[in-house]
Every structure is written in C-alpha cells, then in structure tokens.
Ligand binder design. Structure first.
Ligand SMILES: [Zn+2]
Length: 205
C-alpha cells in the first residue's frame, strides 16, 4: 500500500494506492477507442511543457467505483489496461481516495467521483482541455467558479452545486471556470459523454 500526500504540483489529493492487476469490465474496447479518438483530437494530450491533460472514466457496474485513466498517461497515443486505476472515494471533504491498478489515478479523479455521486445514472465522465470550447462556452454553459482550482474538494462540490442549480440530468457539460481550457462532460455512456464534447467543437475549414 502506497500513500501520497502531495500538496503542490499536479496532484493535490490523498490517494491510498495498491498496485494490483485489475479485473476489467466489458466496456474496455469502448473505453480504449474513445480514449484514442479524444487523444487524436488533442482533447486529451500533453502541453508544450510536457504536462499531461485530460482523462476519461466509466462507472463499474452499479457500484460507486469507477475506472479512470492513470496519472501521467495523458500524453501516450495508445493506452491499455495498465494505464487505468479503479477508484473509490473514502472522503470527499478530505480529498481522500482509494485506488488500485498498475498506476495511480489521474489527479482529477475527485471531479469524476463527485459526478458519479450526483446521479446513479451517470456512467461515464470525460474531462478534456479545449481552448475553443472553453472560451466559447465559459459562463454560457454551467461554469465552476473562477477561484476554484481543479483537483480539490471545492471543485467536486462545484460539480454537485451546478447539478442542483441548473437541474442538470444525466447528460451534459460543465465548464471549469478556474481551470484554463478545462471542460467536463458526463453521460449514461462514454459515447454520450464524449458526444457532448464533440458537438461543441467548431466545424473546421
Ligand atoms: Zn484538466
């Protein structure tokens, strides 16, 4: 069991991570193919400084647990089962998660966790970075407060607050006002969640 308490840098949460091989759900092919598509569109990727951004997750069966891409996997073109972690929440207030897999989960796992807690019919969450979507829809679609940083309990509570305030159902998009270019979509399947993002991309040419 490995425990990390990183207060600075990319990871701001506490995760009790156990290195283990995962039992994979039947949606894995869908997960790989959507992850590949989002990576090709650079909605998930790596910035000029080599910092990864973007992550996707799916709920595991009817449980509160979910499978999410691991930390430092965003820049990879192809991922496989070694790049996912299975996450459950210990305490949203303390930003405390438990995970298992061959690598620890993305530092934005708490945001995903909040959405899964909001509605049991939400089965997939996609977090991407898109300057085009962020600048066009910030403050037009439900938007988290500018002073709230990503990867914190405050961001998780923003997800819950916006769900209530805008009466969001199990399909939609939230813009992260204080997280440059950050957008989160959720749906009853990965195709639905990713589709919410794709339909906001401006047509090219
Ligand atoms: Zn992000």
């Amino acid at each position: 069991m490995h425990e990390s308490h990183e207060k600075e840098g990319v990871v701001k949460y506490t995760v009790q991570h156990a290195t283990a091989r995962l039992l994979l759900p039947p949606e894995m092919p869908e997960l790989f193919s959507w992850r590949r598509r989002l990576r090709q569109l650079e909605l998930i990727g790596e910035d000029a400084q080599g910092l990864g951004y973007g992550n996707i997750s799916i709920r595991l069966y009817a449980s509160p647990r979910f499978l999410i891409t691991g930390s430092q996997s965003s820049g990879l073109i192809e991922v496989d089962q070694r790049h996912f972690a299975e996450v459950s929440v210990i305490d949203l207030d303390r930003n405390a998660l438990r995970s298992k897999g061959e690598i620890p989960p993305s530092s934005e796992a708490l945001t995903h966790a909040a959405l899964y807690q909001t509605r049991s019919s939400i089965r997939a969450v996609v977090h991407v970075h898109s300057h085009a979507i962020w600048s066009a829809y910030k403050d037009h679609l439900p938007t988290t407060k500018a002073e709230v940083p990503y990867g914190t309990p405050e961001m998780a509570y923003e997800m819950i607050r916006l769900h209530k305030r805008h009466a969001l159902a199990d399909l939609g998009v939230i813009v992260m006002g204080g997280h440059q270019d950050g957008v989160v979509a959720f749906g009853r399947s990965l195709a639905e969640a990713a589709g919410e993002i794709l339909k906001l991309i401006p047509a090219r040419g």
